[in-house]
Design a protein around this ligand. Structure first.
Ligand code: GTP
Ligand code: MG
Length: 268
């Protein structure tokens, strides 16, 4: 793969030239070798800083999610959020994706084309809660929604369901503000159970699942979906009232999380 060198980045271009020359069997002079080492050190340091900024992005969004969880628990003795997990792409998998997605290998270019360096996965009990969280976060002024993929309404052909948002948050550093994109995956426990099993199987069979297993997994996706629908019906029996608004209107027509009856209500 011959990625076009960046005209804005002569240092990176020079390192690339030297590395290519070396790969072609021309040994670098000691001065060139020093240049390569310095160049690589700079790229490495930029990567470390980049990952740190994405970790801060995770911290910012995580705080928002935790506030919503605690506020809701405090008000209603119940939380629409079951679990929250975060992950920062490892340097290895970041490099792998940067190479696979074929573009410049500069930090600037990588930032632009890879949006899942920082990830947060939120698991909810009910489908409506997944939409509610997405909606409430999207309504926050300092958080910008870059993309929405609703794989709950439109599951992937393999049966994968989840709500994917890329959101961008400002991270205040000492010298400037960095806008950091964070991938949010929001899904129910049933969707999450299916996805993690599918992921393990795909990994084990390197995406070539035997047909019998494929069929089993398809059926499990159907059962998980059915379970979510049944739970949704049960939920609306127990907690008929939607919590009052506050959302962004990202998903019009979707009810908010059901608030449990307040003290004194018949269904106590
Ligand atoms: P990449 O998958 O990272 O290349 O990004 P993309 O632009 O294709 O986004 P997409 O929304 O398809 O997937 C992003 C992430 O969602 C993945 O990295 C997985 O964590 C998860 N995901 C997407 N599809 C599946 C799936 O079929 N099975 C499982 N288990 N996870 C999935
Ligand atoms: Mg994908």
């Amino acid at each position: 793969m011959d990625a076009a060198p960046s005209p804005q980045d002569p240092a990176e271009r020079r390192v690339r030239e030297l590395v290519t020359a070396r790969a072609e069997g021309r040994m670098p002079t000691p001065a060139e070798q020093e240049e390569i080492t310095a160049g690589l050190r700079q790229v490495y340091e930029e990567f470390i800083a980049l990952r740190m900024h994405y970790q801060f992005g995770i911290d910012e969004v995580l705080t928002k999610v935790e506030i919503l969880r605690k506020e809701f628990e405090q008000m209603h003795d119940y939380s629409p959020i079951e679990h929250v997990r975060t992950r920062l792409k490892s340097v290895e998998s970041l490099m792998e994706k940067a190479l696979r997605t074929e573009g410049e290998m500069t930090v600037r270019a990588i930032r632009e084309r890879i949006h899942d360096i920082a990830g947060i996965r939120i698991t909810t009990s009910f489908v409506a809660d997944a939409y509610w969280i997405a909606d409430i976060l999207a309504a926050q002024g300092d958080l910008e929604v870059l993309t929405v993929k609703d794989y709950i309404a439109s599951p992937k052909p393999n049966g994968y369901r989840s709500l994917h948002l890329i959101v961008q948050v400002p991270v205040y550093l000492s010298t400037h503000v960095e806008q950091v994109p964070v991938e949010l995956q929001i899904r129910t426990i049933a969707m999450d159970f299916w996805a993690s099993t599918e992921h393990k199987l795909s990994y084990k069979y390197e995406k070539n699942l035997p047909p019998a297993l494929r069929a089993e997994l398809d059926d499990a996706a159907r059962v998980a979906h059915e379970l979510d629908q049944r739970m949704e019906r049960l939920r609306s029996e127990i907690r008929p009232q939607a919590a009052p608004g506050g959302g962004s209107g990202l998903f019009p027509g979707r009810p908010g999380p059901a608030a449990p009856p307040t003290n004194g209500d018949a269904a106590g």
